[in-house]
Design a binder for this molecule. Structure first.
Ligand code: OAD
Length: 265
C-alpha cells in the first residue's frame, strides 16, 4: 500500500527530510493555529507582529503572556509522532527535521531538551545525527534586543505575567521571545539551510502543516523540483497535495509509528 511504498522510498533514499507543523504537536495538547478553535480564532495575528513589539512592547508582552498560556500552559510532552521521527533519525533514515513549531518537542523527543541557538546554527540533537532546524525559533527562550543575551523564557514570561511590562535585561534592553514574529525575516542562514536540505532530499515529508505560511509552504515544491518524492501527512487537504506522490490523510500518531516500523522491517 501507500505507506509501504513510502517506507521503501525512505529506505532507499540517501537523504530524507521532513518539515513539520502544528498538527504534529496537536496530539500533545498544543493547539494548532488554523481550524476550529485554532489560535488565530482566539487571537489576532496583528497582536504579534515585530512592528507591534517595537511600538508597544508592554502591550505586546501582555498579549504574549496570554498566547503563551493558551499554547503551552498544560504539561506537554512529545507524542508518538515526534518519537517515531526521532527514532527514524537514530535509524539513519531521516537526515533533517525542519519544524515550524516553537514548542521544542522535537528536541525533547531526541533527548536534547529543546536546547538550541537561534543564530542559524542548527541544533544537532545530542543522541542523533538528525538536524533539527527550528524555522520559527523556540518559545522556551527569550533574547535581549540590546545585548543579545539569550535566556530561559519561563521566568521572563512569569515576570511579565506579574506586571513587569515589558520585561528587561540587566543591560536595560527589552526581552523578546526568541521566535520569528510576523514581519520578521527568517535568519538567512536558517532559510538557506532549509532550502538546501529540501533540494538535496530524495524523499520530502510534510507532516501536520497547512502549508500556507512561507517559507515552509514552498519547500515541498522546491524538493519536488529537484526530483524528490513528496509525501504529505495531514488530516485535511493542503495546497501541495497535487505534487505529492503519497497523501496520507490520517493522524500523525497513527501514521508515523507505522512508517518507522516499516522502514526498519
Ligand atoms: P496550522 O495550524 O496552519 O496547520 C495545522 C495542520 O495540521 C492543519 O492542516 C491540520 O489539518 C493538521 N492537523 C491537525 N491535527 C493533526 C493530526 N493529529 N494529524 C495530522 N494532521 C493534523 O499550523 P502550521 O502549518 O504549523 O507561524 O502553521 C504555520 C505557521 O502559521 C506557524 O508556525 C505560525 C502560524 O501563524 C508563526 O507564528 C510565525
Amino acid at each position: 500500500d501507500d505507506l509501504e511504498r513510502l517506507a521503501g522510498a525512505i529506505r532507499r533514499a540517501d537523504t530524507a527530510v521532513a518539515v513539520t507543523g502544528a498538527g504534529l504537536s496537536a496530539p500533545s495538547g498544543v493547539p494548532t493555529f488554523r481550524g476550529d478553535d485554532g489560535i488565530w480564532d482566539r487571537f489576532d495575528e496583528r497582536q504579534f507582529t515585530s512592528d507591534r513589539f517595537r511600538r508597544d512592547p508592554a502591550g505586546f508582552w501582555t498579549d504574549r503572556v496570554a498566547l503563551h498560556r493558551a499554547m503551552f500552559d498544560e504539561e506537554y510532552e512529545p507524542n508518538a509522532g515526534h518519537e517515531a521521527l526521532a527514532a527514524m533519525g537514530w535509524d539513519g533514515n531521516l537526515e533533517a527535521i525542519l519544524t515550524q513549531n516553537t514548542d521544542g518537542l522535537h528536541g525533547d523527543a531526541a533527548g536534547a531538551g529543546g536546547e538550541r541557538t537561534n543564530d542559524g546554527e542548527p541544533d544537532v540533537a545530542a543522541e542523533t545525527e538528525t538536524t533539527v532546524l527550528e524555522l520559527h525559533g523556540n518559545s522556551r527562550w527569550v533574547r535581549c534586543t540590546d545585548c543579545g543575551n539569550r535566556r530561559d523564557g519561563d521566568p521572563i514570561v512569569e515576570r511579565a505575567a506579574a506586571g513587569e511590562l515589558p520585561p528587561t535585561c540587566e543591560c536595560g534592553g527589552v526581552f523578546r521571545p526568541d521566535v520569528v514574529l510576523f514581519g520578521d525575516r527568517l535568519p538567512d542562514a536558517v532559510l538557506q539551510r532549509a532550502r538546501s536540505l529540501a533540494r538535496e532530499s530524495d524523499v520530502f515529508l510534510a507532516i501536520g502543516s497547512s502549508l500556507v505560511v512561507e517559507p515552509a509552504a514552498s519547500l515541498p515544491r522546491l524538493a519536488a523540483s529537484t526530483g524528490a518524492t513528496v509525501a504529505i501527512v495531514n488530516l485535511e487537504p493542503t495546497p501541495c497535495d497535487g505534487i505529492a506522490e503519497t497523501v496520507l490523510r490520517e493522524d500523525v500518531t497513527a501514521v508515523l509509528p507505522r512508517l518507522r516500523d516499516l522502514t526498519t522491517a
